[in-house]
Design a protein around this ligand. Structure first.
Ligand SMILES: Cc1cc2nc3c(=O)[nH]c(=O)nc-3n(C[C@H](O)[C@H](O)[C@H](O)COP(=O)(O)OP(=O)(O)OC[C@H]3O[C@@H](n4cnc5c(N)ncnc54)[C@H](O)[C@@H]3O)c2cc1C
Length: 400
C-alpha cells in the first residue's frame, strides 16, 4: 500500500507533546536558531496542561536559568523551610514556581505564529514526520517525542501521589516563605508531607503528597487532608485552582530497555517519557531545561542523529542517577511506612550545599558517602538488602 504524501513542506523539527519538555525545546530552539522552522504539537487545548512546576534556584546552570526567565513566575529569595516531628529548619536557597498558564502564555508570545498546534493529537511518529489523528501529515527533518511518561515492565519502583489546592484565604495567611516539606503531619502508614507556597498575601498553594506502592490516587481523601491541614494552620478560604499528580519513583530496572519500548526508529525521545527525571523526587525541570539547550545547540540535524544524541544523554542520565534509585529502594523496602519520614529528617540535617546538589541530581561522591554514613534511619540489614536488591515492579499487572 502506498504511504500518503505529507501535507506540508518539512519543518526542521517537529516536537510532539507541548508539556514542559516539549515547550522548553521549542523555546530553546527558537532562541538559539531563529531561522530553524518548528512545529510544537500538543493534544490538549493549552500548552503545559494544568501544572505548577517549582525548582530551587541552584538547580539550574545560568543558561538554563535564562531560558526559564522567559516566563512570568513567582520568586522567593528569602529561603524556604522544612518541618519534621521535633525538627524544623530554614534553608537559604531561593525558590521559583511557574504556573502552566504562564508557560502557555510565554510560549505563544515567543514562538513564531504557526509554530504551535494545540488540540492536535499525534497518532504516528516516524523519522520523516508526524501523522495526526484525523490523518493530517506534517513532514519534518527531525521528530522528538515529548509525550507523557508511561510505565513498563522494565522499571521497578513506587509512586508519588499528590493533590494541590490553590486557595484564596479570607484573611492574610501569614506564611512568608515556601515550606517544601512539612512532614509533621499524620503519616497514614506511608511517607506523607504537605507542601505550601505563599503566592500572595491571601493566596496559598497547599499540596498533600504521599509515597505509595501503587498509583491509586484518592482525591477525596487528600482534599479532606488539605482542609484539615489548613484548619490547623488557621487558613480559611476557597480553592480557586486544583492540580493532581501520579508520578513514578523509579528505583531500578533497565532504563535502556524501557526507552526502547517507546522509541520509534529515527525518532528522538525526551521528557519524563524518556526517563529524564530525578528518580526520587520525580521532578524533571532541570533535566528538561538542559536537554532543551542541548537540542537547540545541535540543530539543524537529521532525525537519526537527534535520536542518537538523546539516547546518549539518557544513558548518561541513567548512570548519573543510580544512587537516587538505590535510596528509593531503601525508602520503599527498608523503612517501615510510618517511619519513612525519618529518612528525610536525617537527610535534612546535612549541610545545605549537599542538599542543593541532591535536588539538582548533581551529588558528588563525598555527598553520597555523607548521605549513607552514620547511624542509618532504617534497619541496617534491610537497608543493605534494599540497596543491593532490584526493587518491586513499578506496576503489578499487565503492561508493555
Ligand atoms: C501536577 C504536577 C505537578 C508537578 N510539579 C513538578 C514540579 O514542581 N517540578 C518538576 O520538576 N516536576 C514536577 N512535576 C513532574 C512533571 O511530570 C514534570 O516536571 C513535567 O511536567 C514532565 O514534563 P514532560 O514534558 O515530560 O511531560 P508533560 O508535561 O506531562 O507533557 C506531555 C505532553 O504531551 C501531550 N501529549 C500526550 N500525548 C500526545 C499526543 N499523542 N499528541 C500530542 N500531544 C500529546 C500531553 O497532553 C502533555 O501536554 C509535576 C507533575 C504534575 C502532574
Amino acid at each position: 500500500m502506498a504511504t500518503k504524501a505529507f501535507d506540508t513542506a518539512p519543518v526542521d523539527l517537529a516536537i510532539v507533546g507541548g508539556g514542559l519538555a516539549g515547550g522548553l525545546i521549542a523555546l530553546a530552539a527558537r532562541r538559539a536558531r531563529p531561522a530553524a522552522s518548528l512545529m510544537l504539537i500538543e493534544a490538549g487545548e493549552r500548552l503545559g496542561g494544568n501544572h505548577r512546576w517549582s525548582w530551587f534556584e541552584g538547580d539550574l546552570e545560568p543558561a538554563a536559568a535564562a531560558l526559564l526567565d522567559c516566563f512570568a513566575q513567582t520568586r522567593w529569595s528569602g529561603g524556604h523551610g522544612v518541618r519534621f516531628p521535633g525538627f524544623a529548619r530554614r534553608l537559604e536557597a531561593g525558590y521559583r514556581s511557574l504556573a502552566s498558564a504562564d508557560f502557555d502564555t510565554g510560549l505563544r508570545r515567543l514562538l513564531p505564529p504557526g509554530a504551535i498546534r494545540t488540540a492536535a493529537r499525534a497518532a504516528v511518529l516516524e523519522r520523516s514526520g508526524v501523522t495526526l489523528e484525523g490523518g493530517e501529515r506534517i513532514a519534518a527533518r527531525a521528530v522528538i517525542d515529548c509525550r507523557d511518561f508511561a510505565p513498563s515492565r522494565h522499571l521497578t519502583g513506587g509512586w508519588q501521589l499528590f493533590v494541590g489546592h490553590h486557595l484564596r484565604t479570607r484573611a492574610p495567611h501569614g506564611l512568608a516563605a515556601p515550606v517544601v516539606m512539612d512532614a509533621d503531619v499524620r503519616q497514614y502508614r506511608t511517607y506523607r508531607f504537605v507542601y505550601c507556597l505563599p503566592l500572595a498575601e491571601d493566596e496559598v498553594f497547599v499540596e498533600d503528597t504521599y509515597y505509595a506502592d501503587q498509583p491509586r490516587l484518592d482525591r477525596a481523601a487528600l482534599a479532606d487532608r488539605i482542609a484539615e491541614y489548613c484548619a490547623r494552620r488557621g487558613w480559611d478560604g476557597d480553592a480557586i485552582a486544583r492540580e493532581a499528580g501520579v508520578l513514578p519513583v523509579v528505583t531500578g530496572g533497565d532504563g535502556a530497555a524501557h526507552r526502547a519500548l517507546f522509541a520509534a526508529p529515527g525518532v528522538a525521545l525526551a521528557g519524563a517519557r524518556g526517563l529524564f527525571s530525578h528518580p526520587l523526587t520525580s521532578y524533571t525541570l532541570p533535566f528538561a531545561a538542559e536537554n532543551a539547550l542541548a537540542v537547540a545547540r545541535a540543530l539543524p540535524l537529521e532525525g537519526e542523529a537527534l535520536a542518537r544524541l538523546m539516547d546518549a544523554r539518557a544513558a548518561a542520565h541513567w548512570r548519573r542517577t543510580r544512587f537516587y534509585r538505590g535510596l528509593g529502594r531503601m525508602l520503599f523496602e527498608a523503612a517501615e511506612p510510618e517511619q519513612r519520614w525519618r529518612v528525610f529528617a536525617r537527610f535534612y540535617r546535612l549541610p545545605e550545599p549537599l542538599i542543593e546538589r541532591f535536588y539538582a541530581g548533581r551529588s558528588t561522591r563525598l555527598d553520597k558517602l555523607r548521605v549513607l554514613a552514620g547511624k542509618p534511619p532504617v534497619p541496617l540489614r534491610r537497608g543493605l538488602a534494599a540497596l543491593l536488591g532490584k526493587g518491586a515492579p513499578l506496576v503489578q499487572g499487565p503492561l508493555q
